[in-house]
Design a protein around this ligand. Sequence first.
Ligand code: HC0
Length: 568
Amino acid sequence: YVNITIDGQQVQMPQGTTVLEAARSIGVKIPTLCYHPEYKPEGSCRICLVEVVGARSLVASCVFPVSEGMVVNTNTTDVREARRAVVELLLANHPEDCLSCQRNLHCELQKIAADCGIRKIRFEGEKKDYPVDNDNPALVRNQNKCILCGRCIRACSELQGVNVYTFANRGFNTTVSPAFNVGLHNAACTFCGQCANVCPTAAIVEKDDTKEVWEALHNPTKHVVVQTAPAVRVALGEDFGLPSGRIVTGQMVAALRRIGFDKIFDTGFTADVTIMEEGSEFIERLTKGGTLPMITSCSPGWINFVELMYPDLLDHLSTTKSPQQIFGVLVKTYYAEKFKIDPQDIVSVSVMPCTAKKVEARREEMKSSGYQDVDYVLTTREIARMIKEAGVDFGNLKSEEFDAPLGISTGAAVIFGTTGGVMEAALRTVSEVMTGKTLDCLEFHNVRGLTGMKEAEVTIGENKIKVAVAHTLANARIIMENIRKRESDYHFIEVMACPGGCIGGGGQPLSTSPDIRKQRAEAIYECDKSAAIRKAHENPAVQELYATWLGKPLGEKSHHLLHTHYHA
Ligand code: HC0
């Protein structure tokens, strides 16, 4: 430990701590832009300048380590002036369109400018004029708004191990771009959206599909249904000032009804269907022979990753479509038939914590109903904006229930929203189906928690099943390398592309941190604990679907509608 003084307060800090961390630990706020607590600090933006007595010049506190006897001042005239100048220089070549910017009120640069008390920009800078990259369904990149903090580069490389972005060119012409300056649709991008989650400005944002959804809602000839993903209900409240991890399922349903959706359904219904199909697929591969380990296929960023990086291992993926896509098919077939609605008149919207789901919905093969199965995918952030635009007082809404039957789901379905949840849901059903015995304990603690990779051995009847769970693509890569080297002895693996699983998805409210993800994950397990039914195969609406329409899991109809193949 070393003794230091920050703004007159004496404090002991472990060696190696940065001045920024030390200051934050005693409640001294130093503004930052390039710094992100989850990634290696770079000290490039210079907003976090402080005075260290005896140092030659002001220092970047995010990379400056504490040392014995150090005296730090964070609030001198020099410090405030220097910070203000740095921010003004950034603003001097930043577009002046805050009022109409997608990140208005959620922009870190805007907030720092306000906190620094900037009223006038003293410098007149040259503006940039790069074309906007929006040739893909998920993300929009506007380099004119980029402040070169490099957080997207670090998220893509350190967290995901995908390395799409790099700094290109020099000086004023420096940009962040994929190799050869191609658009994201031509880069090895998985569209996980983690870059958008860490971007402090609107240089990378989700593609906004709200206009199309408003048009559908106001078109009297259309029957507009919405499905909501498990992870949205534990995060949406954050965009309305509620604490992270607040469960807002009932208010969310009420809000969606207020803004005009005809039916409010739950992706959880088809998460239960996914378990029926994927669980049966696993049992078949295990008992009759098939490619093992079988790996889950519901996270579309993960699917993009396998198609791009491991096309030789595509057979390991479960052929079961994701709950979002199964839902899309069933709405325009089963639901349309059951309620005598012409599928042509149905507009199917999904609300997801994910940007890659926008790409998944647009895949060529996702038209098994005869139409595009899912018409529009909105992220949690977009639906929050729609609720605000409609003037709905979210915080004061009374809880309402999902509509039946596609709104009926189980605790097994809701845990899909966090890492380990799909595996746990599958194990609950696979165990009971294979042994015919009721499980004493439904909780598989070995696959829970936010550790990057988890493994467990589960005894099911005569079989010892080795399972693994990974989240983030960097961890997924380790799993895939082992499979490629034939060094993997797992039977079943769950992979989710985003940190923490969908709760940490690229479309979730900003900002995110390990603590926020922990609170959302805890809320997910709370939802499971309080659910009346906690196993997919006990969902009465799913039982009815199979009894009256689908037949059996892996049957003829399932094969055509609910399964797919991925391709390089
Ligand atoms: Fe997920 Fe899903 S759990 S991917 O993380 O499987 O996005 O929440 O909706 O489809 O159910 C996201 C979340 C989903 C799907 C489900 C799966």
